[in-house]
Design a protein around this ligand. Sequence first.
Ligand SMILES: [Zn+2]
Length: 188
Amino acid sequence: MPPSSSADSSTAIVPSPNSTRCVKSDVIPAPYPWATTKRAHVRNLNDLLSSGIRTITGTVECDIYNHKQDLEFDLQREFKQVASFIAANKSSIMLRRTPEAWLYPPRTCWVCCRGESYVRPIISSKKRSINWLFLLLGEMIGHCTFDQLKYFCKHTNITPLTGGRDRLTCLAYLGLCKQLDPSGPFDP
Ligand SMILES: [Zn+2]
């Protein structure tokens, strides 16, 4: 993998043996028990379940009152839900239409009893520490910035990196599902 030119302040810098130039390390400490040591990669479903990892956690924040809440997702149940959503929307996804629910993911804050506010995930400003599996299971990838999506696609060899934020959101959903279930029907 060529050294990256993007400015990611979280990056581990390792000295290159042949020059004074620094290159980014491909291997990072796994940021979560369900992530791997490769940037933007998660462990596959069988591997996770056989290690006893069944619950994926992350933090969200309410958009009006700033309540912070930790959420837990049941890995198998939520993944099944995402996979059936993809199956149901396969034809429009193939036509490069990104489902609306992925772009503007609504999730009402349940601390606010009036249901007037929504939660959004707290996404790490260090790109290598983004909790991708949590975002996938909560169907909250639509909260990522264009830059964060580009980072995902770049490090998971998703090409071409053309198309706007909508397209990259869609590719990130499919790419993460493919990581969880490499034999599943998740090719774009
Ligand atoms: Zn709230």
